[in-house]
Ligand binder design. Structure first.
Ligand code: PGA
Length: 256
């Protein structure tokens, strides 16, 4: 029996917006988080927006909105042109780091070994990694989703150890559902969520039952309720619908 796991709604803003946009969107979300005291919320702006979003969160006294990043470099500092370290994020009060998003795996050649390295570095820095996994369409069509996912998960969590269930978040995002407008169905998702849960319990013992597993891929207010009913699902990683406060908060509303 799974105890209550506090759900997480995470917004991945990807490479969108500008200073004015980030400020307004943060303000609109931060002002209303108090209405949603049964779930956690996080937004991950582009790196150059961290200052703006962090300041805006600090100005909304009492908001529970947390800050995340979309990627990190595992090293603390050095000759890594164009990269950002976890050490640099300290001043911005970053709580979560998305690692291994399929766009990073596909477009920037990140392997599961890289993802595990980043997840370990993130935990060492006191930042909760949101480890993303997901199968491409060819794997789904070949009926190999669960094998693929479990392999990717095991590799991405290699050497990743936690002290409490809250330290780690796993996001299952089928690649074919991301940005397509076509979310996976509860029927598609349920067996994958169960396999992920069983894996987490086998790796982390009792703590594994409390690690949050998110679903991501074309989540919107209209499909939130049916997705939320899937066993072992503890929230969402949202892209497109996170770029408007109405749809992001609309999802939060349906998660209550
Ligand atoms: P989407 O993106 O909600 O736009 O499908 C999800 C994600 O990439 O995290």
């Amino acid at each position: 029996m799974q105890d209550f796991v506090r759900p997480l709604l995470a917004g991945n803003w990807k490479m969108n917006g500008n200073v004015g946009f980030w400020r307004q969107l943060t303000r609109d979300i931060a002002e209303t988080t108090l209405d949603f005291d049964t779930l956690d919320m996080m937004v991950a702006p582009p790196f150059v927006g961290l200052g703006t979003v962090s300041d805006e969160i600090s100005m909304n006294m009492g908001t529970s909105l947390a800050l995340g990043v979309q990627n990190i470099h595992a090293e603390k500092e050095g000759a890594y042109t164009g990269e950002t370290s976890l050490t640099m994020l300290r001043d911005f009060k970053v709580s979560y780091a998305i690692v291994g998003h399929s766009e990073r795996r596909e477009m920037f050649g990140e392997s599961s070994i890289d993802v595990a390295t980043k997840a370990r570095a993130s935990l060492m820095a006191g930042v909760k990694p949101v480890v993303c996994i997901g199968e491409p369409l060819s794997i789904k069509e070949g009926g190999q989703t669960e094998d693929y996912i479990l392999h990717e998960l095991a590799e991405s969590l290699r050497g990743v150890f936690i002290r409490s269930a809250d330290d780690l978040v796993v996001a299952y995002e089928p690649v074919w559902a991301i940005g397509s407008g076509q979310a996976a169905t509860p029927h598609d998702i349920a067996p994958v969520m169960l396999s992920i849960r069983n894996y987490l319990i086998s790796k982390y013992g009792e703590m594994g039952s409390g690690v949050r597993i998110l679903y991501g891929g074309s989540v919107k207010p209209e499909n939130t309720e049916e997705l939320m009913a899937v066993p072992n699902l503890n929230g969402f990683l949202v892209g497109g619908a996170a770029l408007k406060s109405e749809s992001f908060l609309g999802i939060a509303e349906k998660m209550r």
